[in-house]
Design a protein around this ligand. Structure first.
Ligand code: SF4
Length: 237
């Protein structure tokens, strides 16, 4: 019997990126070894054995939440934690196959640290992070270029921007990638940082938009709508 480490499964409207505004069922994995300094989900880091759920229970919970409204939802977002950590991948793959058989459209949140081809092929949409300096983590530009070449037709690149240095790093990454890969239609999305405990960072948001305007608009600036509505500390929204 397959078990998966799960932090939570909940129903909500996508609050960030180009899928903003789409209601879906979120499956949040428990366990991440990446360690972003400004992570807003640190409760998902520990690989807790007590978080293990039977695959059947996960699927049943997804179906139950999907059927709550007057018309069933058919969208799932798999997030974390880091669902692509090698410890999760066998169960993740099984979960994705089962969800596809049930007719769900699957969004996968990838931390930008690895590509797992079988998983990426099974996903309908992939959000791939470019880690900026404020995260304390680095995304390989070679990996990013490969993601764009092979999966860019069904993905977005997302970068959290805390300050000018983050914007500069994203801009330089985009410039180098454009040189390597050539013109590509994948959207690059900047997410102005909105950390736990903070009030709505209006000034930061305005500055990120202004930087993008001043530097030729290579990005789309999309905030975290769920945090505007419910606050930066709210969970499962
Ligand atoms: S990859 Fe995601 S869950 Fe893991 S530390 Fe970074 S932001 Fe947090």
């Amino acid at each position: 019997m397959t078990k998966i480490l799960i932090n939570t499964i909940y129903r909500a409207t996508e609050g960030e990126g180009v899928q903003l505004g789409s209601p879906q069922i979120f499956i949040r994995f428990q366990g991440c070894a990446i360690g972003c300094v400004n992570c807003d989900s640190k409760d998902t880091w520990e690989f807790k054995p007590e978080a293990a759920m039977e695959m059947e229970a996960v699927l049943a919970k997804v179906d139950e939440l999907a059927s709550e409204g007057r018309w069933p939802l058919r969208r799932v977002s798999i997030t974390g934690g880091d669902p692509l950590h090698p410890q999760h991948v066998p169960a993740l793959m099984e979960l994705m196959i089962d969800l596809k058989l049930k007719g769900y459209w699957i969004n996968l949140e990838a931390a930008g640290s690895r590509i797992v081809d079988d998983v990426f092929k099974a996903a309908d949409f992939i959000s791939f992070d470019f880690k900026t300096p404020s995260t304390g983590v680095r995304t390989s530009l070679e990996l990013l270029a490969r993601f764009i070449r092979e999966y860019g037709h069904k993905g977005q690149i997302k970068a959290v921007i805390a300050d000018n240095a983050d914007f500069g790093a994203a801009f330089e990454a985009r410039r180098q990638i454009d040189e390597q890969v050539g013109a590509h239609p994948i959207p690059w999305v900047l997410t102005p940082c909105f950390s736990p405990g903070e009030k709505m960072p209006l000034k930061r948001f305005q500055e990120v938009m202004k930087l993008n305007e001043d530097w030729g608009a290579p990005f789309r600036v999309i905030g975290q709508q769920h945090k505007w509505l419910y606050g930066a500390d709210a969970k499962n929204v």
